[in-house]
Design a protein around this ligand. Structure first.
Ligand code: SAM
Length: 270
């Protein structure tokens, strides 16, 4: 597990940084220079830093990768929200979103929230679970900033209003519910097995892998999901990956570089 510290170089964010450090039980630094001057040759593998544009995870290795931050108010998420292709997108078809049906979706593996944001944009009511406390903190921060930005953007406010995030392990969460359907659709996107790629964006994925691990219990999660979804379970995989648990889906839909395996339980309402 890489070492992570909290960095607060801007006193405007001191309270948030202190609260995060105590919640995550991680050391709080006020500057990288001070830490190095104290004789430490390396601050940590990563630091979580608060700044005016939000909380970000940064590598201490020069040239490693850029800041990892959740951003629902600009960049790729906003571009996809505006020009992504609506209900024609593979993820929308896999979930079963249509003009007549905007399901409640339980996203068991929220990550940085990109997929859930797409589905909330299309009108789905989303409940997101994320167990990793670092990833949860980044996502929670991104959602809070989007909520603030929503005061000047009613469409964004409505989207964020459809998203609820819990810090929870999905296996424990589902195991604690009565054995009956708890959501129209259940969505899973466990970590792909790590692949060696050198492009900058892939380095971010590798950092994510280092912090989150390999999601070894994804098969158990699929079993539980199948017993709790009203209409279907959708599993996101990389294009060439084997079926999760080697369990053949009812059918698959191909996205740009990903595949959505659909496990149908019953016909969607029309
Ligand atoms: C590949 S990422 C998901 C990416 C996400 N679909 C997105 O659009 O950003 C997988 C995430 O699922 C989380 N995860 C895996 N198993 C989980 C479980 N049993 N409960 C909660 N979170 C889980 C991991 O911590 C990781 O952050």
């Amino acid at each position: 597990m890489p070492t992570i510290k909290i960095l607060c170089s801007d006193s405007a964010f001191q309270l948030q940084a202190e609260s995060l450090a105590s919640r995550l039980n991680l050391p709080l630094l006020d500057s990288l220079e001070n830490e190095l001057n104290c004789g430490h040759t390396k601050v940590a593998d990563y630091y979580l830093e608060y700044a005016s544009n939000g909380l970000s995870l940064r590598s201490t290795i020069r040239g490693d990768h850029g800041p990892i931050r959740c951003d629902f108010t600009s960049g790729a998420n906003t571009h996809r929200r505006k020009y992504g292709g609506g209900n024609g997108q593979a993820i929308a078809k896999a979930i079963g979103v249509s003009g007549k049906f905007t399901p409640k979706v339980l996203d068991l593996t929220a990550g940085m929230g990109g997929d859930s944001f797409v589905l909330a944009t299309l009108g789905c009511q989303m409940l997101l679970l994320e167990r990793n406390i670092i990833v949860h903190s980044l996502l929670d921060d991104g959602l809070q900033r989007a909520d603030v930005a929503g005061t000047a953007d009613s469409e964004l406010a409505a989207i964020i209003g459809r998203i609820e995030l819990l810090q929870a392990d999905a296996i424990a969460y589902l195991s604690g519910l009565p054995p009956e359907p708890c959501s129209d659709i259940i969505y899973l996107d466990p970590m792909f097995p790590e692949r060696k790629k050198s492009a900058k964006v892939k380095k971010e994925m590798q950092a994510f892998h280092g912090i989150v691990g390999a999601d070894q219990d994804a098969s158990e999660l699929l079993d539980l999901a199948l017993s709790r979804a009203r209409y279907r379970v959708v599993v996101k995989r990389s294009g060439a990956a084997r079926f999760l648990s080697d369990r053949a889906p009812s059918y698959s839909l191909e996205g740009k570089s990903t595949r959505f395996d659909v496990y149908a339980r019953q016909k969607l309402p029309s």
